[in-house]
Ligand binder design. Structure first.
Ligand SMILES: [Zn+2]
Length: 147
């Protein structure tokens, strides 16, 4: 399959086909380093599949000559930001999978709840929730040295 590496509007460089590729056909064996510049897109035209221990790139639809080959990374198990700039109408804004993003959002919500509960608990120990008297001592406001 005649493929070329060219600058890509998505990220640095990408892999482009110079000929038409039919839907469902095997594009190239994915050996990692050889096609590393293959970019992520939330609206991919390729997918990666394993056959007998070898990983192949397949065309998800008919691809025209000159198109960039992209697949959906669907990252997971990490929390470092992985913003997506694919520019497709279906862009999720991240290279993480939908399932993983939902998991992270649930985890964040739980963390926030816990934090709020801890904060509210602290206040109610002394004066009750939201009921701090105006004459409560504020030692931090007292100047350390008399003026
Ligand atoms: Zn995207």
């Amino acid at each position: 399959m005649p493929l070329v590496v060219r600058p890509s509007p998505i990220h640095s460089v990408g892999v482009y086909t110079t000929t038409a590729i039919r839907k469902g056909s095997r594009v190239i064996e994915y050996t990692g380093e050889r096609i590393t510049p293959l970019n992520h897109s939330c609206e991919p035209n390729c997918e990666v599949d394993e056959i007998k221990g070898r990983v192949w790139l397949f065309a998800l639809r008919d691809i025209a000559p000159g198109e960039e080959l992209v697949w959906d990374y669907n990252l997971y198990d990490d929390e470092d930001p992985a913003p997506c700039y694919c520019g497709s109408r279906k862009c999720r804004g991240t290279m993480y999978s939908r399932e993983w993003m939902a998991k992270i959002r649930r985890r964040e919500a739980r963390k926030k709840k816990k934090l709020e509960a801890a904060r509210n608990g602290k206040t109610s120990n002394k004066y009750g929730r939201g009921n701090v008297p105006s004459d409560a001592p504020a030692p931090s406001r007292v100047p350390a040295t008399p003026q």
